[in-house]
Design a protein around this ligand. Structure first.
Ligand code: CTP
Ligand code: MG
Length: 230
């Protein structure tokens, strides 16, 4: 039986948030922002371990109390210069402890609204899948390609267009090879695609946006508070 592991890349600086600290440590609904993603993943019973990947220089992590989650967490201080490098380094660090067939669920620390139900739904949807896949959302709005002067250059048909989210779930061996061969991708699915494989799109049933800009914080806070604090 393949096991499941979560990998949470959290070695970014949050430059678009423009706060005085990396965004994963901003307060959100009474906890550090990253807490919510870690708690959602730790709540999934089939996930053996939640591996959080920090920058080697991170001095924020030790300032918070992780005790309620600690039994389910493993901290890897192997973050890299890009998200793909951070994930690739984590896959290398885990190589001795996992099997090539074990599933890795890679989830952005900044997607604070993930629910355990969504994690379970993704695992169920991909249980028998040969490739793996990702949570995603069909595009609802009309899409425009803009030019350098912010004028519409083209309307892009939205049919069949999806926004990629996380978790992205692939087997350790294939994902490790894919990221080593395609280090410039912006998500794991992109690396898998570069091997000629087609990841499955699993529709997200609840909000799962990435907290990126300052205005995203208030919406995430409302959603988390409405659900009740974890
Ligand atoms: N990330 C990472 N290592 C990097 C860059 C990003 O682990 N070198 C992580 C972030 O911490 C985040 C996730 O990848 O959890 C998604 O990245 P993003 O939302 O872009 O976060 P930042 O890179 O921190 O933000 P920005 O791009 O605005 O600087
Ligand atoms: Mg970034």
């Amino acid at each position: 039986m393949s096991r499941h592991f979560a990998i949470v890349p959290a070695a970014g600086s949050g430059s678009r948030m423009g706060a005085g600290r990396p965004k994963q440590y901003l307060e959100l609904a009474g906890r550090p922002l990253i807490w919510h993603a870690l708690a959602a993943l730790a709540g999934a019973r089939r996930i053996a371990c939640v591996c959080v990947v920090l920058s080697p220089e991170d001095d924020w992590w030790p300032r918070f109390d992780w005790a309620p989650l600690a039994a389910r967490l493993r901290v890897l201080r192997v973050g890299g210069a890009t998200r793909a490098q951070t994930v690739g380094n984590a896959l290398e660090a885990l190589a001795a402890d996992v099997a090539p067939e074990d599933w890795m669920l890679v989830h952005d620390a900044a997607r604070a609204c993930l629910t355990t139900a969504q994690v379970d739904a993704l695992i169920d949807a991909l249980a028998d899948d040969a490739v793996g896949g990702l949570l995603a959302q069909p595009v609802a709005d009309t899409l425009k390609r803009g030019d350098a002067a912010s004028r519409v250059a083209q309307t892009v048909p939205r049919e069949a267009m999806w926004q990629a989210q996380t978790p992205q779930m692939f087997r350790h061996g294939v994902l490790r090879r894919a990221l080593a061969e395609a280090p410039h991708v912006t998500d794991e699915a992109g690396a898998i695609e570069s091997l000629g494989l087609a990841p499955r799109l699993v529709a997200a049933e609840a909000p799962n946006f990435k907290v990126t800009f300052p205005q995203d914080l208030a919406l995430a806070e409302l959603i988390l508070r409405a659900r009740g604090e974890r």
